[in-house]
Design a protein around this ligand. Structure first.
Ligand code: MN
Length: 229
């Protein structure tokens, strides 16, 4: 019995020492991020509550996708660019000029900033104005455009994105991009991107990516998206 008590006390002591150590490490970390924060990237603010997009995208998915995945891309990017030619560059420049791990994290940082600001509660409908007109002129109708966009998204092999993008003349393109790809690397301007990484839909739709893509149109904030055209 005495031996057990000894182990419990020794264990508690070890735990309290460990937590002291952790809090010191945490303080250092906080100090570091404070110093770095002034010149480093942050994820875009979420313009709606985490449950606002239900049932199309669940609160749990938003909490993980925005709270954990997007945060990790931003944190990784901030660490990776230290001491490189990209240390003081803007995000789009980094995406255009980098490769490897920096590109992967910068691409995902940019992609998710665009993605999470494309939605609102009770969104949907069709784009009005110039973007709406360009879509109809090029694809015949908004429904035909949606069909083509969904088909592209459903056939991205593995993780990636499907984008609506434009060139300098305003011509529209539906672009399939693998992994962290963004059409700005091809000289195009991204207007709307659907994330087809499994983390974007698996909790809510499991393997049914095509079903997820059909639903996402119900939460599009066309005012914001059209302003990118
Ligand atoms: Mn994602």
């Amino acid at each position: 019995m005495k031996t057990i008590k000894y182990y419990i006390i020794a264990g508690l002591f070890a735990l309290s020492m460990a937590s002291c150590g952790n809090s010191n490490a945490k303080n250092n970390e906080n100090n570091n991020s404070k110093n770095l924060k002034e010149m480093k990237f942050e994820k875009v603010a979420l313009p709606y509550a985490t449950d606002a997009l239900e049932p199309v995208i669940s609160k749990t998915t938003i909490e993980l996708h925005y709270g954990k995945h997007h945060q990790a891309y931003i944190d990784n990017l901030n660490k990776l660019i230290v001491g490189t030619e990209f240390e003081n560059a803007d995000l789009e420049t980094i995406v255009k000029k980098s490769d490897g791990a920096i590109f992967n994290n910068a691409g995902q940082a940019l992609n998710h900033n665009i993605y999470f600001t494309s939605f609102k509660a009770n969104g949907g409908g069709e784009p009005q104005g110039k973007l709406g007109e360009a879509i109809v002129a090029q694809y015949g109708s908004f429904d035909k455009f949606k069909e083509e966009f969904n088909a592209a998204g459903a056939t991205v092999f593995g993780s990636g994105w499907v984008w609506l993008a434009k060139d300098a003349s305003g011509k529209l393109f539906i672009e399939k991009e693998p992994n962290a790809g963004n059409p700005i690397t091809k000289g195009l301007t991204p207007i709307l991107g659907f994330d087809v990484w499994e983390h974007a839909y698996y909790l809510d739709y499991q393997n049914r990516r095509a079903d997820h893509l059909k639903e996402v149109w119900k939460i599009i904030d066309w005012e914001v998206v059209s302003s990118r055209y």
